[in-house]
Every structure is written in structure tokens, then in C-alpha cells.
Design a protein around this ligand. Structure first.
Ligand code: XMP
Length: 514
């Protein structure tokens, strides 16, 4: 691989750590997140051009809070502490951090005091920033300069220019900080001397060579789901090893309306993938019979998948490698397990594969964020129909068809869902929301159509906005759109006579109902 500049981000547990990494990559510098307690040798092994220390929900003054060894400051490359990161640097430089009399949260103004500082080059003297801290720097030794102050007179930026150590009390990675990108640019290019050369086109070429070399003359098995990650991973791998990639696409009978047919046609006709199609709907629906408990349904689907996949793998014959569409956020989360710094999401994707299948794992996307995977998909010619698809849970409609899953209820749900998505798309909302879908409730209510009394199922419309699925807010949809969706569903789907709207964020709810 050609050498590229790297910025290491030490994660002290902030909700914004991944955002810092993304912003830096958007500026075409590769960034890698390591946990705050990564040994100094591990950090050095990345040969970083600079280091960023993230924020944290903790307080520097509390025992057990993330910290760094004092010799960290001698690491010899520029360091930027953000929020907690600045407080930690102040503390390590001999300053005092205290609980602030008035915490600063949200939008605030800062005033630059040291206009010569490279961090604020070409910026106005006053600008808007995003603050989120309860502690603040109360005292600094004389060799640490205060570069900017907040309206409350607290240090908003600090620096020890001769040691190339810098700190920001606010969050430059958040869009509400007006000149956040400019500040990050100044850090990357003026201070660290990075070259903006991280390029996804080069990444594809390098990755294809790497896969070819890794797999040699072996062969690879892949389970395709129709989603972005597994598809992009497969198309990339196919480029490297051609028909030695064997794909399996299992129709579990829990897919959306016409999904199996349309996805399969894209795979075979447009992407030229070598796909074994398995219609196992019957087997899945039988396994789900009589189960109403959400976890029970997930388990039944997971176990059936393993059985079906194992059977197909045997049919294909010997393959040493198993391809998985693992992404960077999953890698970070597993890497941090046990370090106590960040919130851990149990990710549902993997885990479900047979233990006694002796595969070596091929995970070509493990460096990438979702939006980067989409961009790479576009470079590889993956059609937009797949790239723009909303996330879809592994257990499919089983977790959206509440109560016992039956063929009849799935049919109602599928048709209502298709109407919702079709209208959402034609109103221009599909790409604006993170996810939208229908949920069929296992109760019935009374209605009237024409002169007839009806007794049918209600369907719930769920549309949410999110950055990563870990937290979410309900999406504000146009009234006319909602009205049209509700009328069409009741008119066109016999068996549904009521449409309701889910107005719950995550937390307290989850995105899926089960
Ligand atoms: P929840 O419901 O936990 O969902 O708020 C968060 C995101 O994950 C998706 N999801 C899944 N994805 N397998 C998956 O690949 C699953 O079992 C699964 N369950 C939930 C969900 O659609 C949302 O985007």
C-alpha cells in the first residue's frame, strides 16, 4: 500500500469521536480511532502526523477517568485536545481543572485572544461554537497560553506552541461550530503538515490487490443480504478473485414486497455476481410458527439461517474464506470492549454463523464508515437502488409483524410498507430519512367502509432520522404525504383499517418494535 498520512484519535468515550474521524477523512486525511489507554508504542506504530484527544462524559478530577501517561506529551507530534481532551492536557501540563460555576452547553460565542495562533489562521475574531462541558480549566501555568475565551471568560482554547500542543474547549467537529472545519484544516495542514491524499478511488485499487494477494488461489463464500455492506464487499472481492467468489442469497420469506426478485436480478444481471439463490421461506415460516416473543423470533430466524447456510456451503464445496461486510464502527466497538470508555452497542449482524465452520474471515470494509462504503459502491458501479436502501434488520419482517408471524399478516405488512415507501420516495423524503417502514400490530379494531363494518389490523408508520442507528429521532413528515399514505393503505390493503404514527425517539424506544 502506498504510504499515507494518518491522524490517531484517542477515544475517551465522547459521543462525537466517530464524527471527528469522519470530518478528518472528509478533509482527505486518513484517521484511526484508538482507545485512550492504547500503549504509547501502539500509537507510535501508526506513525501518526498528529494526535487528537476526544471528549468524554467523565471528569478529569474523578479517579479512574481516562488519562494519559505524562511521557505521552513527549511523543513528538502535534496534539489537539478537544473538550475533555483539552482539560486532560491542561491537567497534564500542570493546570487545574474544576467543576465550572456555570456549565456551558450548546451554542456559545468565543473570542480569539491570540490572533497569531496557527489554529485560528484566517478566522474572524469572534465566532459561534458548540460547547458541552461541566468542568473547565480554572488555572494554567505560565507556559500555557490562552488562545481564546468564552463569553463567561473561561479558556476556550489553549496552546503550548513550542511543544505543538493545542486544546479546544468546544467541538470543531460539530456543524454548529461555524468555523469548525477551518480549525480542523488548520490543525491538519498548517500544524501537522498532512497531505490531503486519502482517496477512495486509490483505496479500491489497493484493496483489490490486497484481497487478491490474501486469498491467493483460494475461494471465498459470501452471504448476500441485498443490503449495501454485503453487496459492496462482494463486488469488491469479485473484482479481485472473479468467479472464485461464491455468493449465497437466502430468501427467508421475511423480505419486503418483490425484494428477492429485484435484488437477485441486480446481482445477476447488473453486477454479474455468481449467486446461489435459495428460497427457504417455507423453512423459516415453519420455524416461526407459534412464537410471539421477540427474542424467540430472532433466535428462530438466526438458527434457521445457520442451518440453511451450512447446507448451501456444503453444496458449494470447499471454501476457506468467509466474506463479511463488517464496518469500522463495529470494529471500534468490539475493540473497546472492556476498556470502559464508550457506550457499547451489541451489533446484531454477525454472531449467527456456525461455530464449527472453520473459515478464515475476510473483512475488506473494516476501515470504512457507512457513507464511505456507499461512495465506494458508486465507484464500483453498484446501482443506486442498492446504495440508497434503508437499513433492514437480519430477522426482516418477523420483527415488524408483531405477535405470531403468519403468511397472511406478512402479506398485509408487505403491501402497506410498499405503499409507504413508494409515497415517501415520490415526495422526496426517502433519502432524507435514515429509515422508514411499517409495523403491523397484532390487535384488531373496528372501522367502517361504505356501509360495512370492518374489523382489521392497525399498521404503524415509523420514520426516523439518525446518524448511526444508535440514537434516533422521529422524522417530521409532510401532512399531505401522511394523509395520502394513510388513505392509500386503508383503501388498497384489505385487512388494514387504521394507520397510526410512531412519535417516539430512541431512547426511550428502539427503532424496530421488536
Ligand atoms: P434498534 O431496533 O436496536 O435498531 O434501535 C438499530 C438499527 O439496527 C437495525 N437492526 C438490525 N440490523 N440485524 C441487523 O442487521 C438485526 O438483527 C437488527 N435489528 C435491528 C435496525 O433496523 C436499526 O437500523
Amino acid at each position: 500500500m502506498k504510504t499515507r498520512d494518518v491522524i490517531v484519535i484517542l477515544d475517551c468515550g465522547s459521543q462525537y469521536t466517530q464524527l471527528i474521524a469522519r470530518r478528518i477523512r472528509e478533509l482527505r486525511v486518513f484517521s484511526e480511532i484508538l482507545p485512550w489507554d492504547a500503549p504509547v508504542e501502539e500509537i507510535r506504530s501508526r506513525s501518526p502526523k498528529g494526535i487528537v484527544i476526544s471528549g468524554s462524559p467523565m471528569s478529569v478530577t474523578i479517579p479512574g477517568a481516562p488519562t494519559l501517561p505524562r511521557d505521552f506529551l513527549e511523543i513528538g507530534v502535534p496534539i489537539l485536545g478537544i473538550c475533555y481532551g483539552m482539560q486532560l492536557l491542561s491537567f497534564l501540563l500542570g493546570g487545574k481543572v474544576e467543576r465550572a460555576e456555570a456549565a456551558e452547553y450548546g451554542r456559545a460565542q468565543v473570542e480569539v485572544e491570540d490572533e497569531g495562533s496557527p489554529l485560528f489562521r484566517d478566522l474572524p475574531q469572534r465566532f459561534c461554537v458548540w460547547m458541552s462541558h461541566g468542568d473547565s480549566v480554572a488555572w494554567l501555568p505560565p507556559h500555557v497560553r490562552v488562545l481564546a475565551k468564552s463569553e463567561g471568560g473561561l479558556p476556550a482554547a489553549i496552546g503550548v506552541p513550542e511543544k505543538r500542543i493545542w486544546g479546544l474547549q468546544f467541538h470543531p467537529e460539530v456543524v454548529h461550530t461555524t468555523y469548525g472545519v477551518e480549525i480542523l484544516k488548520n490543525f491538519l495542514f498548517e500544524i501537522c503538515g498532512c497531505d490531503p491524499s486519502w482517496d477512495l478511488g486509490d483505496w479500491v485499487k489497493e484493496k483489490v490487490d490486497e484481497i487478491a494477494k490474501t486469498v491467493g488461489d483460494g475461494s471465498v463464500l459470501s452471504a448476500l443480504s441485498g443490503g449495501v455492506d454485503s453487496t459492496v464487499a462482494a463486488v469488491l472481492t469479485r473484482r479481485a478473485i472473479g468467479d472464485r467468489l461464491h455468493c449465497v442469497f437466502v430468501n427467508n420469506g421475511l423480505l419486503r414486497l418483490n425484494e428477492a426478485e429485484s435484488v437477485l436480478s441486480v446481482y445477476r444481471q447488473e453486477l454479474n455476481l455468481n449467486v446461489q439463490y435459495v428460497d427457504a421461506s417455507e423453512e423459516f415460516l415453519t420455524a416461526l410458527q407459534g412464537i410471539t416473543d421477540p427474542e424467540g423470533k430472532r433466535k428462530a430466524v438466526g438458527e434457521t439461517f445457520i442451518r440453511v447456510f451450512e447446507r448451501e456451503a456444503k453444496r458449494i464445496g470447499r471454501t476457506e474464506w468467509l466474506l463479511q461486510g463488517t464496518l469500522y464502527p463495529d470494529v471500534i466497538e468490539s475493540g473497546h470492549r472492556g476498556r470502559g470508555a464508550s457506550v457499547i452497542k451489541t451489533h446484531h449482524n454477525v454472531g449467527g454463523l456456525p461455530k464449527d465452520m472453520k473459515f478464515k474471515l475476510l473483512e475488506p470494509l473494516r476501515d470504512l464508515f457507512k457513507d464511505e462504503v456507499r461512495a465506494i459502491g458508486a465507484i464500483l458501479g453498484v446501482p443506486n437502488t442498492i446504495l440508497r436502501r434503508h437499513p433492514f434488520p437480519g430477522p426482516g419482517l418477523a420483527v415488524r409483524c408483531l405477535g405470531e408471524v403468519t403468511r397472511e399478516k406478512l402479506e398485509l405488512l408487505r403491501r402497506a410498507d410498499a405503499i409507504f415507501l413508494e409515497e415517501l420516495d415520490s415526495a422526496g423524503f426517502y433519502d432524507k430519512v435514515w429509515q422508514a417502514f411499517c409495523v403491523l400490530l397484532p390487535v384488531k379494531s373496528v372501522g367502517v367502509m361504505g356501509d360495512e363494518r370492518t374489523y382489521g389490523h392497525p399498521v404503524v408508520l415509523r420514520a426516523i432520522e439518525s446518524q448511526d442507528g444508535m440514537t434516533a429521532d422521529w422524522a417530521y413528515l409532510d401532512r399531505q404525504l401522511l394523509d395520502k399514505v394513510a388513505r392509500r393503505i386503508c383503501n388498497e390493503v384489505k385487512g388494514i383499517n387504521r394507520v397510526v404514527l410512531d412519535l417516539t425517539s430512541k431512547p426511550p424506544a428502539t427503532i424496530e418494535w421488536e
